[in-house]
Design a protein around this ligand. Structure first.
Ligand SMILES: [Zn+2]
Length: 57
């Protein structure tokens, strides 16, 4: 697994393998997540953002 972000100025893919995770746009390293590319901070996991199914009220 490696980051698939295309670095246009360097004409290569990022290729980072550290902490790569799958996103809607593909595999991305922490520097190239969709939010990072928009200049937004990552959403930290925590209460209210717990993974998994949420119980219905
Ligand atoms: Zn990357």
């Amino acid at each position: 697994m490696s980051c698939g972000h295309w670095i246009g100025s360097e004409r290569r893919h990022c290729g980072a393998t550290r902490d790569v995770r799958p996103y809607l746009t593909g595999l991305r390293c922490p520097a190239h997540t969709p939010r990072a590319l928009q200049g937004l901070p990552e959403i930290p996991p925590g209460p209210g953002m717990a993974p998994g199914p949420h119980p219905a009220p």
